[in-house]
Design a protein around this ligand. Structure first.
Ligand SMILES: Nc1ncnc2c1ncn2[C@@H]1O[C@H](COP(=O)(O)OP(=O)(O)OP(=O)(O)O)[C@@H](O)[C@H]1O
Length: 308
């Protein structure tokens, strides 16, 4: 059974008497144990999409199923959903971790006893046991984020939605969150996460969906996406700016040149031609493997659907 199915979601907001089309067409599927990174520039429609998937915003059209149930029609669908959507705002700051877990556990349908047991387990797993009686407002940002995860997981959901889970965290806390995300997925929970930190998406995700202006531009397994774009892509970095003659010669080959120093080669058969043109200028580096940041920028720049 699929953990999440979203079909053709659409949402237009009304602001200052104008229509703001936030999400035009978003369809996504996530399977148990899978981590999907949902990427896109600011304002692309990620949060609006996630809120529709979480049952918080009613779509204008399209449908959502969480483990087969529609969260907009059937509140029981939410028993399979955990979400950390706006930083750690799903916590009560004056309550302790223990109290938060019990409170939210009961809210999600557990008995107090079940919530207490599940909460204690999570506190232990997330290394928060020593802080269980400290009010949330006195915890570090990293601890608060881990607790927000714990609260989202207390009722053992099958789908976890994470909006920017590492925002504002230091290096160590970011590492903790990465490990947690992997561990949670390993238990069979499906995870959808948004992040602007593309190296995190590259390391963590099994699949990537890229959204721009409310539409999915690309969706593919992470490694496939990287291979697809790395196969023939080279980037040459020159030590100094190129002269006019060489610029012209390279441009005649149809190559993209950035800041007169970075040459992008999209066909490997051109590589040696380019080296000949560049001789004897010093080359700083030649990189073959595109990373997700470059791929993301390429896709968003092209702005058309590579799945077509
Ligand atoms: N409640 C709202 N009323 C009006 N417009 C909205 C509302 N929520 C979002 N928008 C608009 O919808 C578009 C998509 O916003 P959304 O927050 O979904 O993008 P995002 O991809 O999550 O962006 P970011 O990466 O900056 O968080 C933006 O133009 C935003 O201004």
């Amino acid at each position: 059974m699929k953990a999440l199915e979203a079909y053709n979601l659409k949402k237009t907001f009304r602001r200052n008497k104008q229509n703001v089309p936030a999400v035009k067409d978003v369809s996504l599927t996530i399977y148990p144990g899978e981590i999907l990174a949902f990427l896109g520039p600011n304002g692309a429609g990620k949060t609006t999409s996630i809120k529709m998937m979480a049952g918080l915003i009613q779509p204008d059209s399209g449908s959502v199923r969480i483990v087969g149930r529609d969260p907009h029609r059937n509140a029981s669908a939410l028993q399979n959903l955990g979400a950390v959507l706006e930083g750690n705002r799903n916590l009560y700051w004056r309550l302790t971790p223990e109290e938060n877990l019990e409170y939210f556990g009961v809210l999600k349908g557990l008995t107090r006893r079940e919530a207490r047991f599940a909460g204690r387990d999570l506190l232990e797993k997330f290394d928060l046991l020593a802080k269980r009686r400290t009010p949330v407002e006195q915890l570090s940002r990293g601890m608060q984020q881990k607790l927000a995860f714990a609260v989202a997981l207390v009722h053992r959901p099958k789908l976890l939605l994470l909006d920017e889970p590492t925002l504002g965290l230091d290096v160590e806390a970011t590492e903790d969150v990465k490990i947690l995300v992997r561990e949670i997925a390993a238990t069979g929970c499906a995870i959808l996460l948004t992040t602007h930190q593309l190296q995190i998406a590259e390391i963590l995700s099994d699949r990537i969906a890229i959204i721009q202006k409310g539409e999915i531009l690309a969706e593919a397994p992470t490694q496939k996406l990287i291979q697809q774009f790395s196969g023939t892509a080279y980037k040459i970095e020159m030590e100094a700016a190129l002269d006019e003659t060489r610029m012209l010669e390279l441009e005649t080959l149809g190559l993209e040149i950035e800041s007169r120093r970075f040459i992008y080669i999209d066909r490997s058969e051109l590589l040696y031609k380019v080296f000949t043109i560049l001789q004897p200028l010093p080359i700083q580096s030649v990189v073959k493997q595109a990373n997700l940041t470059e791929i993301f920028l390429q896709i968003v720049k092209q702005g058309n659907n590579i799945n077509d």
